[in-house]
Write a protein that binds this ligand. Structure first.
Ligand code: NAD
Length: 339
């Protein structure tokens, strides 16, 4: 058995991480830190074998702790990750890695300099449906990727500290970056505030990727239907990942439109292909479990995580550019190289 783990944050999402950490790390899970007495009481009742505390300094000073998992609100990610890295710990941070590209880059760089693992909780990069989509794209089966669009909608969980895109958009950006193997060159965003005066509840974001691939992302916590859908339109086939579809989360459509030779008057004709739909079987695994197992493996072996600090920083750069566009009436905001 090697070094121990500490988790910070046991609010809405923390219990899901804790459940998996308990299973995967067993007795190596040493501490759970939360500032809320109620949440500490809840954690202590569920995990009596774990030291539950509000004293992060003491946890970071414990040599038996080699890795820290941060599952607190977004504004505290960078400060907490910075403290944990300074103490020489490996760090897993929930998305988004930070609230500014500057902070995110600094964290990625610090982890590299210290030779420790920094991983970001882009859960969907460990989702079997998303991984299968990537295989369909990379194998060339769907042809050239033309465009993507995604919808992440629900009634709730309404936030007041960050807008809808900072809250749930990191998933869509990380999915698009992962599927396309690149990050956007520019974004343009529109949003609206219906529930309070400070953050947007619904946002429509367009991002342009290398090769001119357009990605459109619609996020909202003020919508009647829970929707979690990503569509990839290729020149040969089309993919739809619908996390709400119990009949098949991933569908491959042999659909498309082929341009034929112009007619006698020079007008193009199109032949529509409306072929078979295929539903591949996917492994029944919880993405969060795969994600945490990967973090533990990286901590133990020194392997660079698939979703490292730089991946997190590239996502934050998109989120930051989206904010700037939002405040400039949807203006196109170029995104430079994150390094
Ligand atoms: N990967 C996913 O699919 C997914 C889903 C939901 C949330 N999240 C992420 O999980 C994180 C937590 O979100 P949430 O909805 O659970 O938030 P939350 O507000 O429900 O819970 C946060 C918890 O952290 C505690 N806390 C806050 N600051 C702290 C500090 N400095 N030290 C110790 N404890 C502190 C709070 O007391 C609270 O119990 C966010 O980063 C969010 O983006 C990820």
């Amino acid at each position: 058995m090697t070094g121990g783990f500490a988790q910070i944050g046991f609010g809405y999402w923390g219990p899901n991480l804790a459940r998996n950490l308990g299973t995967l790390a067993g007795p190596r899970w040493r501490y759970l830190v939360d500032l809320s007495p109620e949440r500490r009481e809840k954690a202590a009742s569920l995990y009596p074998q774990v030291n539950v505390t509000d004293d992060l300094d003491a946890v970071l000073a414990d040599d038996q702790v080699s890795a820290v998992i941060v599952a607190t609100p977004a504004a505290s990610h960078a400060p907490l990750a910075r403290r944990a890295l300074a103490a020489g710990k490996h760090v897993f941070v929930e998305k988004p890695l930070a609230l500014s590209t500057e902070d995110a880059v600094e964290l990625a760089r610090t982890a590299d300099e210290k030779g420790v693992t920094l991983m970001v909780g882009h859960t969907f990069e460990f989702n079997p449906a998303v991984r299968a989509m990537k295989e369909y794209i990379d194998s060339g089966e769907i042809g050239e990727v033309l465009y993507l669009h995604s919808q992440r909608l629900n009634l709730g969980r309404i936030q007041s500290d960050i807008n809808a895109f900072w809250s749930i958009g990191p998933h869509d950006v990380s999915i698009a970056n992962y599927l396309l193997g690149s990050s956007p060159q520019w974004v343009s965003a529109r949003g609206a505030r219906y529930l309070n005066d400070t953050v947007d509840d619904v946002m429509f974001v367009t991002a342009s990727y290398p090769g001119g691939v357009l990605v459109h992302m619609h996020v909202s916590w003020l919508d009647p239907s829970k929707t979690r859908r990503t569509t990839v339109v290729g020149s040969k086939k089309m993919l739809v990942y619908d996390d709400m579809d119990q009949d098949g989360r991933l569908k491959i459509f042999d659909k498309g439109a082929d341009r034929l030779d112009p007619d006698a008057y020079g007008a193009y004709q199109y032949r529509l292909r409306d072929g078979a739909m295929h539903v591949p079987s996917l492994p029944m695994v919880e993405p969060l479990s795969t994600e945490l197992r990967h973090f533990i493996e990286c901590v133990d072996t020194g392997r660079r995580p698939d979703v490292d600090g730089w991946n997190g920083a590239r996502t934050v750069a998109v989120l930051e550019a989206v904010d700037r566009s939002l405040h400039a009436d949807g203006a196109r905001i170029d995104i430079g190289t994150v390094q």
